[in-house]
Ligand binder design. Structure first.
Ligand code: MN
Length: 245
């Protein structure tokens, strides 16, 4: 069997995804390619990003931005694109993303689950994180796609206030996620955060594991399991973290 390559948030950076597949020497049909979600928006070409992942045979989980464009697509499927444009309020970046995506891309995005496991690596993959009050397979989708922290009352929040959710996850399993470019790479004992901010001009990062290999428990060992490529440009300014996305 081949390796498992788990890729952080691509956010429309299709060229950098190509660079990362080259650098890791991804072998389609041999290796397993797993996306942590948020393939669309912010970067220059959401269509290229999803097409690259899709045609490379990737699996993955759904991110909050993927879900946003899927809300538009479901309305377009049900009522037509004109009605969807009127009824579904999209930001400029999501409107650009839906214009770049083909039907095949939407179908592929719509097949992404909220949480998935990679049993041979004892991993759980989710876009934003897990509510520590619930089992990994009983998560509320909006929390799993948006959480960043646990607030002072012990509740999940999408903001950076409180403490990172990774500090609260009791296990079992090791969780690989994205979504939190402001905190960047997170190498906690039971969790690995892979959003290294490619769309903001930083890096696109993958966790690369051999067949049945487990993640290193310590951060130094885990760094050796990471492969990254630099962003080709600063595609988007980073917000203040107070917005809802
Ligand atoms: Mn996200």
């Amino acid at each position: 069997m081949g390796r498992t390559i788990i890729v952080g948030d691509v956010h429309g950076c299709g060229d950098e995804l190509g660079d990362l597949l080259d650098k890791t020497r991804y072998a389609q049909g041999v290796d397993t390619l797993v996306m942590v979600g948020d393939l669309v928006a912010r970067g220059p070409d959401s269509g290229l990003a999803v097409r690259r992942a899709r045609t490379a045979g990737a699996i993955g989980v759904r991110g909050n931005h993927d879900e946003r464009v899927l809300i538009w697509w479901r309305a377009a499927q049900a009522h037509g694109r004109g009605v969807a444009d009127r009824k579904i309020k999209l930001s400029d970046r999501h409107r650009l993303a839906v214009s770049q995506l083909a039907d095949e891309d939407f179908v592929w995005l719509s097949g992404l689950p909220i949480v998935r496991t990679l049993p041979s690596h004892e991993l759980i993959v989710v876009h934003a994180g897990l509510d520590p009050r619930q089992a990994f397979d009983a998560q509320e989708p909006n929390i799993a796609m948006n959480i960043r922290s646990i607030d002072e009352h012990g509740r999940p929040t999408r903001t950076l206030e409180g403490t990172p959710w990774v500090d609260h996850w009791p296990g079992p399993g090791h969780v690989v996620f994205g979504h939190d470019a402001r905190r960047g790479l997170q190498l906690a004992a039971r969790c690995t955060g892979l959003d290294s901010g490619c769309c903001y001009g930083r890096e696109l990062t993958a966790l690369v594991l051999d067949d049945n290999e487990l993640v290193h428990a310590d951060a130094e060992g885990r760094r050796k399991q990471l492969v990254a490529v630099p962003a080709r440009a600063t595609h988007c300014p980073m917000g203040d973290g107070k917005g809802h996305e």
